[in-house]
Design a protein around this ligand. Structure first.
Ligand code: ADP
Length: 291
């Protein structure tokens, strides 16, 4: 199975005509809360979209925002190891979504910032550890080292974009990034192939939005075009991609087939609202792959 160690937030979303400028007040229309956070989104994608046994390490405050997050993970069949704290509130994100699909997001990591190296549960039957960068970097590095030492494959989705210490990258078996994150990590702008070659990780996958994804796996280059859909909300497409890709690798699918599966699942996620609510079931992904 797959172990995800990462962030869980409650997203507060207001839809409005435009994203406010500094000092401006905009009257919005609807208001919704959605369970989010890259870690929780990817765990849901792995369990529901990938159909693989999934556990998540997460941290929550002792407040009303924790319950919907736990309910969403439970509904997807994700087993949880929860660090519950009085020191910090549950992580939240305030999201303003404009009619032109622009957004402005502020995140208060809260409890997520308290996750420590020692919080990681035992690996048991874990084949892959899936990590992101919304939890403290020293914890991410320690978790990667522990997995490597236990013979568990380390997958890092290096999002949100930031530079990484070389000693963390050395512990990574598979790196998943979008074009912005790739440029930030490699220092190479505007040339995906050159940027990939500048990074010393064994395997790397780059998501290319509506163009699909490309990869360098064991020195071999792969390209997977996107599936054509009517995109409504691309929030969480990248997370659905990461979770389902790792699920397929955990069930020992060949890499090219796993990329195709992840592209199909993330395309379906673009057709629906909400990062976790938008994750398709395994049956829905298989239907798209058959048609
Ligand atoms: P992120 O959201 O992390 O920036 P991308 O935008 O690269 O990630 O999207 C991740 C994946 O989601 C892509 O590799 C692709 O498979 C799928 N995807 C994203 N946007 C679309 C789209 N408009 N149509 C079809 N698939 C899409």
């Amino acid at each position: 199975g797959v172990l995800v160690a990462g962030s869980a937030n409650l997203d507060f979303v207001i839809r409005a005509g435009h994203v406010p400028a500094p000092g401006e007040t905009v009257l919005g229309r609807g208001f919704d809360t959605f369970p989010g956070g890259k870690g929780a989104n990817q765990a849901v994608a792995c369990a529901r979209g990938g159909g693989v046994a999934t556990r998540m390490l997460l941290a929550l405050g002792e407040d009303a925002f924790a319950a919907p997050i736990e309910a969403s993970l439970r509904a997807a069949g994700v087993a949880t190891t929860v660090v519950r704290t009085r020191e910090q509130p549950t992580g939240v994100a305030f999201i303003c979504l404009s009619d032109t699909a622009e957004n402005a997001i502020t995140v208060a990591p809260g409890a997520n910032s308290l996750l420590r190296p020692a919080d990681l549960p035992p690996f048991d039957d874990t084949t892959h550890l899936l990590l992101q960068l919304e939890t403290p970097l020293d914890s991410v590095a320690a978790w990667a080292r522990a997995a490597r030492a236990a013979g568990v494959a380390v997958v890092l989705n290096a999002a949100p974009a930031q530079c990484l210490p070389a000693d963390l990258l050395r512990e990574v078996d598979l790196l998943i990034v979008n074009e912005g994150e790739l440029a930030r990590l490699s220092g190479v702008e505007g040339d995906v192939a050159a940027a990939i070659d500048a990074l010393a990780v064994p395997d790397i996958v780059v998501t290319l939005g509506a163009r699909g994804c490309c990869a360098r796996i064991g020195g071999q280059r792969l390209l997977q075009p996107a599936f054509s859909v009517q995109a409504l909300d691309t929030t969480g497409a990248g997370d659905t991609f990461c979770g389902t890709l790792v699920a397929e690798l955990s069930r020992r699918q060949p890499f090219a087939a796993a990329l195709r599966y992840a592209c199909a699942a993330s395309a379906l996620a673009c057709e629906r609202l909400g990062a976790q609510a938008g994750v398709p079931s395994r049956a829905e992904v298989e239907r798209l792959l058959r048609d």
